[in-house]
Design a protein around this ligand. Structure first.
Ligand code: C2E
Ligand code: MG
Ligand code: MG
Length: 587
């Protein structure tokens, strides 16, 4: 306001100055005329009458030229800058922050221009303050419903453009009315502030936290990579707000119910999403409060399940809930057990035996797999050594490692140390890596695999045929065997062209000089077809399912006579590796 006043004062002063200049000019002109007519001119020039018509005309034109140049001067010095100033003011009002060269002038006009800019800044600042006030909840300092609506539509727009998900989490305090009635509004307000702080503390910078009404809050999670992360966030908030709190001198147990909805699955516009989030929230309340509900039920079940698994997985190692099962690999020519694959199982106290597909992807995502793999490698080596010490036939045990393990530079050191500690010779350990793992970041993986191979450890490519192997790379990998994925073995008897891929892989393995193992051999027909194709080893339910270590020991003893009825085992082949045409190890 001050600046506006200053601006009008300055303009007034400027106008007055213009009049003063014009007045002065008029006075000078008047004096000049009076001087001319008073005769002093006559004295200097003689009589005007004595002036020739030409001289009189010259005098008139001279005076006119003088007046014109004075007018031009006034225009240049006063009127034009005023015009500029007018334009400048107009444009500055239209476009905030438009500052022209006038601002840099050191004269009155510069001063006025600077005042204009100052006034505009002041106005825009106060406008901003007003806008912020209109968007803020005064009690908690969070955004209010207006802010929330604006941010939600922005988030949905960007979600639409960039094809990412946005989650809407709505929360309602359980029994807020009761707390308010019992403890008074001040305490109630304090609790609301506390909820706001907790929500802020648990959200990321890109998320939006708002208070929508008395005890209803909302969180826009943007962007969302996995719905499980949103559920985990809601879980954290729920836990934080379920703890007893001391407000004033009273301990209260707030409790909160939460509803979640996800764009674009549950709705594409703000209104639908809000409606669905509210529905989820009502369901949470109906379920007995202190509860989280996703709008989509099956999504919810999966997400909650996943979270529970992730939480339990963190303690599974300490509580020794993991166990290795062993599945035999049988030599097709002799029927002898040549090796075993160690397959991880989780003995969950409530869920029972959990298969690896249910928890390994989660462990890979949160990095726990590194610790798990360390345990698997140690356990498999120690077990194999124990069997050898017990005088059982010597076999090679294969362990599966994940992509994350393979990217660790210390994997070969870890394996070397484990072999030393368990006193197991490296030829009795194999590492299985999947095709997609090795085709990613090939150069680094080749380095790791070569170090492992130089230790004497075998390397098998698992689930072969499901990824996109480059044959050029395959030649460079120091692999000992290719394992045909079990889906191809299943298709051998159900599909007309089903035998093409196993045959192709077997031929490829032959030409690369590596062994080939068929996974998922379930029937005698599978076995016969694969033997006819020249497959080296088979693994599958036909011979034996994965079994605990003690059962496997018994199985090994029983299998001494061979597992293929019409094939007589050759004792000569029992512990060597006749099929293996492997390349020499590369350092
Ligand atoms: P994989 O390495 O390809 O293991 C073979 C899977 O095929 C095993 O499933 C095995 O039980 C199953 N299988 C074997 N023969 C047959 C058969 O005749 N019919 C059918 N239908 N299935 C058969 P499992 O034990 O559930 O393991 C699944 C996957 O989990 C494994 O696939 C492997 O990728 C992963 N995994 C298992 N243990 C570990 C581990 O210790 N570490 C890592 N990183 N992954 C593991
Ligand atoms: Mg495997
Ligand atoms: Mg496999």
């Amino acid at each position: 306001m001050m600046n506006r006043l200053l601006l009008s004062l300055r303009l007034q002063t400027l106008r007055q100055k213009v009049f003063v200049y014009l007045g002065l000019l008029g006075a000078i002109g008047g004096l000049l005329l009076a001087w001319m007519w008073s005769g002093s001119l006559e004295g200097r020039l003689g009589s005007t009458a004595s002036l020739s018509i030409l001289e009189q005309l010259g005098l008139v034109f001279g005076v006119m030229a003088w007046v014109a140049s004075a007018a031009w001067g006034v225009h240049r010095l006063v009127l034009r800058p005023i015009g500029l100033l007018k334009d400048f003011t107009g444009s500055a009002l239209l476009h905030e922050g438009a500052e022209g060269a006038l601002v840099a002038r050191s004269d009155e006009f510069g001063e006025v221009a600077r005042a204009v800019v100052g006034a505009l800044k002041e106005t825009s600042e106060s406008n901003e303050q007003l806008r912020t006030l209109a968007m803020t909840d005064s009690l908690t300092g969070l955004g209010n419903r207006n802010h929330f609506k604006k941010r939600l539509s922005q988030a949905l727009e960007s979600g639409d453009e960039n094809s990412h998900r946005v989650a809407l989490v709505v929360l309602n305090l359980d029994n807020f009315k009761g707390i308010n009635d019992m403890l008074g509004h001040e305490m109630g307000d304090e609790l609301l502030r506390l909820v706001g702080q907790e929500l802020k503390a648990n959200s990321r910078k890109t998320d939006t936290v708002a208070r929508l009404s008395a005890d209803e809050f909302a969180l826009i999670v943007d962007p969302v990579e996995r719905v499980e992360t949103v559920v985990a966030l809601a879980q954290r908030i729920l836990e934080a707000l379920s703890c007893p709190r001391t407000i004033g001198r009273t301990e209260i147990h707030p409790g909160v119910s939460i509803g979640i909805t996800v764009f674009p699955h549950d709705g594409r516009d703000a209104e639908t999403l809000m409606k669905n989030a509210d529905l989820a929230l009502y369901r949470a309340k109906a379920e007995g409060r202190g509860n989280i509900q996703l709008f989509r039920h099956e999504l919810q079940l999966r997400a909650i399940e996943r979270n529970a698994i992730e939480r339990d997985l963190r303690i599974a190692l300490q509580k020794e809930q993991f166990e290795l099962y062993y599945q035999p690999k049988v030599d097709m020519k002799t029927g002898m057990v040549r090796g075993a694959e160690a397959l991880l199982r989780w003995n969950h106290p409530e869920r029972g035996l959990v298969p690896p597909d249910m928890f390994i992807p989660i462990a890979e995502q949160n990095g726990l797999i590194v610790e798990i793999s360390r345990w698997v490698i140690r356990e498999a080596c120690q077990q194999n050594r124990t069997w050898q010490d017990e005088g059982l036939p010597k076999i090679s045990v294969a362990v599966n490692v994940s992509a994350l393990d393979l990217r660790r530079r210390d994997l070969s050191d870890l394996i070397a140390n484990t072999l030393i500690q368990s006193r197991l010779s490296p030829q009795f350990l194999e590492i299985e890596v999947t095709e997609s793992m090795v085709m990613h970041d090939v150069e680094a993986v080749i380095g790791t695999l070569r170090r492992l191979r130089s230790l004497g450890v075998g390397i098998g490519i698992d689930d072969f045929g499901t990824g996109y192997s480059s044959l050029a790379y395959l030649k460079r990998f120091p692999v000992k065997c290719l394992k045909i994925d079990r889906s191809f073995i299943r298709d051998m008897t159900s599909d007309l062209d089903g035998q093409a891929i196993p045959r192709l892989v077997i031929d490829l393995a032959r030409s690369l000089g590596v062994k080939v193992v068929a996974e998922g051999v379930e029937t005698r027909l599978h076995l016969d077809l694969l033997r006819a194709m020249g497959c080296d080893e088979a693994q599958g339910y036909y011979f034996g399912r994965p079994m605990p270590a003690d059962e496997f020991a018994v199985f090994l003893v029983r299998a001494k006579g061979g597992l293929i009825p019409d094939v007589k085992p050759s004792p000569l082949l029992e512990n060597d590796d006749p099929i293996l045409l492997e390349k020499p190890s590369v350092a």
